[in-house]
Design a binder for this molecule. Structure first.
Ligand SMILES: Nc1ncnc2c1ncn2[C@@H]1O[C@H](COP(=O)(O)OP(=O)(O)OP(=O)(O)O)[C@@H](O)[C@H]1O
Ligand SMILES: [Mg+2]
Length: 458
């Protein structure tokens, strides 16, 4: 019988997980402090440990490390109320098996536990299966809190332990290069990061850019030149807009990736390639393969690990934190003190399509910040969007008390919308939100539950 150890300081979580998992047929033990949990684990190991990141006595990360010290194959599923990328990447890099968040969704937990147990089983069959997790980490500033972004953070954590080739896909401005840099910083910070835009230059030049050339190999080659693959040493070569590479060059790139060596243009010597390759595209590479404009063998070579970034319009939960993040960044650069955007602007943003994604948002905010006189950006600071709105009629006039079809809302519906809005549009913690809403904490908790609102900040 598979055994599971639950370490969480919340007794109701311990009890309900105990009940649920026992019913599923696992042998369950629970502990409410890190020390007790570790003692139980030392007494008798467990196949899976479900571990809260926040414990009263010790930090969950250090419990994770102690558990692994005790049994390097232990599968630890972290639970936490934190959603930011730093914690996720840290947890995954420290070797956590998976990561779920509070409030616990039983299906999500179920999948994680099954996956963990399946891996335990596989490892028993295959020895030496796991990679040694690296213990240092460094993260950039990627905002993202929805399930798809969280998956991406997990993937970043995992690929940072290897040198596997990564293919990043996403519409323009979704943060492909940002993610490439974070992967690079996590893997080989002190080595070069070299970006090459595959669409910017003509084919022959791109070839010599990538692979280098010998003196005199073509007109203009007045000296020997090292290619980007050579220059990147043990770092990263970022191939941006890979879909624009000619079929001829695709074949050459494939050979380099297969053989891990390059031949300079006009040269004979082979130079070995140690750099990790990260490729990015805003096209759907798979359909280009089907059309025949991208080589399928190269596609599979690049697509060892793939990251697909969702467009901004599918990430409404990130709008408020992104605005905060970008305004803070702009304020420093522009010597401004913009505090935020008005409710009207927030509504407008949440209803807009964002074809240029986060870059477009960033540019709009910069332009607005430059011209704005006040500390809160209002809708007149965004003339482009107002124009767009008039043209597309994609936005309905805000009418607080009615739904999209003009029907009057019930009091419950108004309450639900209002709470969701305050949660979404502010960065306040629960206590502060209670003050804003003028209600006590238990009432607030009941309402969150009633309307099924998940709240990630404590
Ligand atoms: N999740 C995010 N959190 C914070 N900033 C972000 C995020 N995603 C993108 N940005 C910012 O948005 C801008 C555009 O990102 P980036 O250049 O990485 O996009 P891209 O996908 O490479 O775009 P393109 O396809 O146009 O080359 C950058 O300034 C980046 O820092
Ligand atoms: Mg880019």
């Amino acid at each position: 019988m598979a055994s599971i150890l639950v370490i969480d300081d919340d007794s109701s979580i311990c009890e309900s997980l105990d009940l649920y998992l026992s019913e599923e047929g696992y042998r369950v033990r629970t502990a409410m402090t890190g020390t007790d949990g570790l003692n139980l684990f030392v007494e008798e190991s467990a196949d899976v440990v479900i571990l809260d990141l926040r414990l009263p006595d010790v930090d969950g990360f250090s419990v994770l490390e102690d558990l692994q010290e005790e049994d390097e194959n232990v599968k630890v599923i972290m639970i936490t109320a934190y959603h930011d990328m730093e914690t996720t990447i840290t947890a995954m890099k420290l070797g956590a098996f998976d990561y779920i968040h509070k409030p616990i969704n039983v299906d999500e937990l179920d999948i994680a536990v099954r996956k963990a147990l399946k891996t335990v089983e596989m490892e028993k069959k295959i020895d030496g299966f796991l990679m040694e997790p690296s213990r240092s980490f460094k993260t950039g500033d990627i905002i993202g809190s929805g399930p798809r972004m969280r998956e991406i953070f997990k993937t970043i954590g995992v690929v940072s332990q290897s040198r596997a080739t990564v293919l990043i896909q996403g519409e323009s401005g979704t943060g492909k290069e940002l993610i490439a840099k974070v992967i690079h910083n996590n893997t080989s910070l002190n080595e070069p990061y070299i970006a090459v835009n595959c669409s910017a230059i003509v084919e022959t030049l791109l070839e010599s850019e990538l692979f280098g050339h010998e003196k005199g190999s073509f007109t203009g080659a007045i000296a020997r030149k090292q290619g980007k693959f050579e220059l990147a040493r043990h770092g990263t070569v970022f191939l941006d807009e890979i879909s624009e590479m000619s079929l001829n060059l695709q074949a050459k790139l494939l050979r380099v990736l297969q053989e891990r060596e390059v031949e300079r243009v006009g040269g004979k010597d082979k130079v070995s390639v140690n750099a990790r390759v990260i490729a990015a595209t805003n096209k759907d590479l798979h359909s280009l393969v089907k059309q025949g404009s991208f080589r399928d063998d190269l596609f599979y070579r690049l697509n060892i690990v793939s990251i697909t970034i969702p467009p901004l319009r599918e990430r409404p939960e990130d709008m408020a934190p992104l605005i905060d993040h970008l305004l803070t960044k702009n304020n420093i650069e522009l010597h401004k003190r913009i505090g935020g955007v008005s409710e009207e602007v927030m509504d407008m943003f949440l209803n807009y399509d964002w074809p240029g994604n986060i870059r477009e948002l960033e540019n709009l905010l910069i332009r607005a910040a430059v011209v704005s006189q006040g500390q809160i950006l209002g809708k007149n600071d965004f003339p482009e969007l107002l124009k767009d709105k008039a043209e597309t009629k994609s936005l309905k006039p805000a009418d607080e008390g009615r739904d999209e079809d003009g029907r009057f809302l019930t009091l419950d519906e108004v309450e639900e919308r209002h709470i969701k809005r305050v949660v979404r549009e502010t960065n306040l913690n629960k206590g502060e939100i209670c003050q804003v809403l003028g209600i006590a904490r238990p009432t607030f908790e009941r309402k969150l539950e009633k309307y099924g609102i998940t709240f990630e900040r404590d």
